[in-house]
Design a protein around this ligand. Structure first.
Ligand SMILES: *Cc1c(COP(=O)(O)O)cnc(C)c1O
Length: 330
């Protein structure tokens, strides 16, 4: 049977998260371009929303250890949840994952394995460990409990601000967008839910266009948390994103750079590139938001040297591309 996620699952997740990973602030942005509200998942104890799905999924595991592949924040969430549940955690990541994220995971006591140059390589190692060591695998996005956990974000936005007309969701493997789409549309079927990805290496966006899961080449990005494939065997996040997203828009590295500056100088918020793609989509006019619009500020676990370069207007080199520095235009 095709697994599916319902609002009953989302309510059950909300109960499990209560007092630990719920009720992050929803605050108005000072940015003047729209009636913009920021859902501050950067206030989570691990600095990213992924704790919601991870806690919901790890609590259901019977094995005494868990394993996952991750672009960084899912691994941190799983490590945190495993520690809370007294379980062992092994986190498999590619060499594209920034050191700041690796360090954060190690600090939680998890066993970190750096494997290859893509999320697919890390995924293969996670699968091997399921067989070899009897660990339970927790997908970063294609798992009903993970999606139900992430869906609590949309439910909280709509409970706090029911008149929200548009929700902008950073889009990678699509667990966040699948869950947010479900819970926002359950509250108001007329509300628009728009996925935002970077314009290079956006696997879900390409897959939605192709009508089936496709692989894309992974490239370094300021929005590193949005890298990685969606899995050719994707069962859940792909069909849910297809059904719930009204649209997907793309932003460039330069646009992410400018939005990181904007969020810092205007709202004084420190957030990673993946967190600001919604703001970037508004700043560039790629999304036209007339009514109240909310975006999920998904995480803050970036490399601080890179962040400092961005806010001081210096060049940033990512693999073989350099983003030309530009001071923040006040
Ligand atoms: C994982 C992640 C995303 C994207 O979530 P998906 O469920 O993979 O689409 C966005 N922002 C941050 C900071 C993340 O860690």
């Amino acid at each position: 049977m095709q697994p599916s996620v319902t609002m009953n699952d989302v309510e059950a997740a909300a109960q499990r998260l209560r007092g630990r990973a719920d009720s992050t602030p929803l605050v108005p942005s000072l940015w003047a371009g729209a009636d913009l509200w920021l859902k501050l998942e950067i206030c989570q104890p691990i600095g990213a929303f992924k704790l919601r799905g991870a806690l919901n999924a790890v609590e259901a595991v019977e094995a005494d250890g868990v394993v996952c592949c991750s672009t960084g924040n899912h691994g941190r969430g799983v490590a945190w949840a495993a520690r809370a549940a007294g379980k062992r955690a092994v986190i498999c990541m590619s060499s594209l994952v920034p050191q700041a994220k690796v360090d954060g995971i190690r600090a939680l006591g998890a066993d970190v394995r750096i494997i290859g140059r893509s999320q697919d390589d890390a995924q293969a190692e996670a699968e091997r460990l399921v067989e070899a060591e009897g660990l339970a695998e927790i997908s970063p996005f294609d798992d009903p409990l993970v999606i139900a956990g992430q869906a609590t974000i949309g439910a909280e936005i709509m409970a706090k601000k029911p008149e929200t007309e548009t929700v902008l969701v950073p889009l990678s493997g699509g667990g966040l967008a699948a869950g947010t789409g479900l819970s926002v549309k359950a509250a108001n079927p007329k509300a628009r839910v728009i996925g935002v990805s970077m314009d290079r290496g956006a696997a879900m966006a390409e897959s939605l266009r192709a009508g089936r899961p496709v692989a894309v080449e992974e490239v370094p990005s300021l929005a590193d948390s949005l890298g990685g494939g969606i899995g050719m065997q994707n069962r859940l996040s792909f069909p849910m994103c297809r059904d719930f997203l009204d649209e997907v828009v793309h932003v460039s590295e330069e646009e992410v750079y400018a939005a990181m500056q904007e969020l810092f100088y205007t709202d004084r918020l420190v957030a990673e590139g993946a967190s600001v793609v919604g703001l970037a989509a508004l700043m560039t006019g790629k999304v036209d938001a007339k009514g109240p619009v909310a975006t999920i500020v998904t995480g803050r676990n970036m490399d601080m040297d890179q962040f400092t370069r961005v806010i001081t207007g210096r060049d940033v080199t990512l693999g073989d591309v350099t983003i030309k520095g530009r001071p923040h235009a006040a």
